[in-house]
Design a protein. Structure first.
Length: 376
């Protein structure tokens, strides 16, 4: 039935310049199974939203969770870094970072750059996607030029590795026209009255299928997901990231995209994306509770200790905004003088709250509980 409702890609070896414009037919998403799963996903997302807005210091979530998203989303593109390398790189933001950690931090900056772009401009446009892409890749490049013979090939090392599976639209004029259609679909909620979660799933497929850039389309598309949810008011801050679910179900993700293009199987794609939202919302909800509970427990522990800490609330709150802390960061934040900061951090090591680590000749203080929670 879905093949009749959606014109599929007739030849994966030829640019899909006839990629259908949006919207898609209602029959493709107005089914009992999809609507039931939509209800589950919306309930989980609403619970997460309700939990996050009551946290006084949202820096607890903004830095820590977005760092993990940057790491995992980059891993999907085979850009790997360890937690230790990433947290050190983030702690040393003002110094030169190289390699995979630098790529991951670029992703995180692109995530926030996209969020701030939409806070200012309110609506999506082609420049939004170009802006995010350029932030990720640190380039002035834009839409793929006409001469590029871009194809998508099977990844991995299996028997089908390197096999051509899809050829995206070719020609700058065609790509820009399809992006214009996508942007109009995203912004016009009067003409296109589709639930935002379904709309996000449709738009993610459309963007990845247009494949407008030489590289970085996957990361740009995943940043779009969270930027869309905050733009539509489903979350106040970007804390729901689908990359872990996509990484854990990578084959299903790519087969879902190809299933729409080659067989018109929108049902499997919608169910995959809705499961991703539900699953990730629940995991993030519990992770937030763990972080807040650990922070409150440690604060009470520090307050009761005979070694008196001045402004313990500010100290513990700061320690839960990132896993690795340096003395200089507490000084720069105006919380303590250098001697006091060093003294307090060392005391917290004695109390087994922190662990002092020497990395490349510099001292860092690792928040053991936050590190554990984020690593799970």
């Amino acid at each position: 039935m879905s093949e009749m409702l959606y014109p599929i890609n007739p030849n994966r070896n030829v640019p899909w310049n006839n990629l259908p414009l949006l919207p898609i037919r209602k029959e493709l998403y107005q089914t009992i199974e999809i609507l039931e799963k939509l209800g589950d996903a919306k309930a989980a997302l609403a619970r997460l939203h309700g939990r996050s807005v009551v946290i006084p210091n949202q820096g607890l979530l903004i830095n820590t969770i977005s760092l993990q998203e940057a790491k995992i989303s980059s891993a999907i593109e085979n850009i790997f870094t360890t937690d230790d390398e990433l947290y050190k790189a983030y702690s040393d933001q003002n110094t030169e970072t190289t390699g995979a950690s630098k790529e991951v931090l670029r992703y995180r900056e692109a995530l926030w750059s996209g969020y701030n772009y939409l806070q200012k401009n309110k609506h999506f446009n082609q420049d939004y996607f170009i802006h995010v892409f350029q932030e990720i890749k640190q380039t002035t490049d834009g839409i793929r030029p006409d001469f590029l013979n871009t194809t998508i090939k099977q990844g991995g090392t299996g028997i089908n590795a390197g096999k051509l599976i899809y050829t995206p639209p070719r020609g700058t004029t065609i790509i820009k026209a399809k992006l214009d259609n996508l942007v109009n679909f995203l912004n016009d909620d009067e003409q296109y009255r589709i639930d935002h979660l379904l709309k996000m799933a449709i738009a993610h497929f459309q963007f990845e299928t247009i494949h407008p850039f030489r590289d970085g389309n996957g990361r740009t598309g995943r940043i779009f997901n969270i930027n869309y949810l905050t733009n539509k008011g489903l979350l106040d801050i970007p804390i729901l990231f689908l990359s872990q679910y996509i990484l854990d179900h990578k084959d299903d993700y790519y087969s879902g995209l190809m299933g729409v293009a080659q067989r018109g199987n929108w049902k499997a794609w919608f169910l995959f994306m809705l499961r991703a939202i539900e699953n990730t919302s629940n995991i993030t909800f519990h992770k937030i509770n763990e972080i807040v509970s650990a922070k409150d427990s440690i604060l009470e522990f520090v307050k009761k200790d005979d070694r008196k800490f001045r402004n313990p609330e500010d100290l513990i709150a700061f320690l839960f905004t990132q896993p690795l802390t340096k003395v200089k960061q507490l000084v720069d934040a105006g919380i303590y003088s250098e001697n006091t900061a060093r003294d307090y951090l060392n005391k917290l090591c004695d109390m087994q709250v922190l662990e002092k680590k020497e990395i490349e000749g510099h001292h860092y203080y690792l928040n053991l509980e936050l590190y554990r929670i984020l690593s799970e």
